[in-house]
Design a protein around this ligand. Structure first.
Ligand SMILES: Nc1ncnc2c1ncn2[C@@H]1O[C@H](COP(=O)(O)OP(=O)(O)OP(=O)(O)O)[C@@H](O)[C@H]1O
Length: 266
């Protein structure tokens, strides 16, 4: 996987707000077809890093390249074309409450202006079928939907333009454990089928364990550790100890650490 050119290349990034330095010489490469989880404590700069990758903020130093070019080099029509190559699923689902499911999913397609309505209909219904939903669901309003359905409609919209890159911000937040597992399975199946690259920010260990092909840990203003979940969990660091071996780990993995399991504790 990693012999490919990176889809995202964060090179010596320094980000600061006034005198508050959030990232210092941060490096991260994200390769095609990965599901990379960005984890880190509150305030470690995960959201800010996502904004840098999306080109919404300018770094104090360093370069973020996306699809082989500095993200700030894409301007005008090229920037619009770039934003069509990625999809985003925001934490709250962020559906337009006044629009039915159909129009919510159709939105990115209609923003392209020239697509005929029968093609838009075909694409929307196909995206709904990917989500296990039907044409009848297309007429529902967001207020008629369960939390799990809102996530699926938001995912259908994020995938409307068949993006190469999908950003997920706390994708399972607000879902009960069963719905959360189902949503992870859906993302996994679509990733397998469609082969897009995923960059995910989440605090949820179950989601990290279910989906990540690689984990990057933000701490001390940089990517402190990166690797598979197993590799990252072996590293000794106060944040990693608390994150991967604390109470949440007991819920996600059954035990906080394997020795306790042998001693019969949980
Ligand atoms: N526009 C801004 N102006 C000033 N400070 C900011 C701005 N955006 C972020 N920060 C600061 O940068 C730091 C990193 O914030 P960020 O939201 O990226 O962290 P995070 O890792 O996503 O946190 P959380 O897990 O709590 O969402 C925080 O201290 C935050 O207060």
């Amino acid at each position: 996987m990693q012999q490919d050119q990176p889809i995202i290349d964060v090179d010596n990034l320094t980000t600061a707000f006034g005198t508050h330095v959030v990232h210092k010489d941060l490096n991260l490469k994200i390769f095609p077809k990965e599901i990379l989880s960005l984890v880190g404590g509150s305030g470690s700069g995960k959201t800010t890093l996502l904004r840098q990758i999306l080109g919404l903020d300018r770094p104090r130093a360093g370069v973020v390249s996306v699809f082989g070019r500095p993200v700030h080099d894409y301007v005008g029509a090229e920037r619009i074309a770039l934003t069509r190559r990625w999809g985003m699923l925001f934490q709250a689902g962020a559906l337009f409450s006044a629009l039915p499911v159909f129009d919510n999913i159709a939105l990115p397609l209609r923003e392209m202006h020239h697509l005929p309505e029968d093609l838009i209909r075909e694409v929307v219904l196909m995206r709904l079928s990917w989500m296990g939903m039907t044409a009848r669901d297309a007429a529902l309003m967001p207020s008629d939907l369960s939390g799990g359905m809102i996530k699926r409609v938001a995912l259908a919209r994020a995938l409307a333009l068949d993006p190469e890159l999908l950003f997920l911000d706390e994708p399972t937040a607000g879902l009960d454990p069963q719905r959360s597992d189902e949503f992870c399975e859906l993302i996994r199946a679509l990733h397998r089928e469609l082969g897009f690259t995923v960059v995910m920010v989440t605090h949820d260990l179950d989601t990290i364990a279910a989906l990540s092909t690689r984990v990057a840990v933000l701490a001390e203003k940089k990517v402190l550790v990166e690797g598979t979940l197993e590799e990252v969990m072996k590293v000794k660091h106060p944040f990693l100890d608390a994150f991967f071996h604390g109470e949440r780990a007991v819920r996600a993995f059954g035990v906080a650490n394997p020795k306790e399991a042998k001693n019969g504790k949980s």
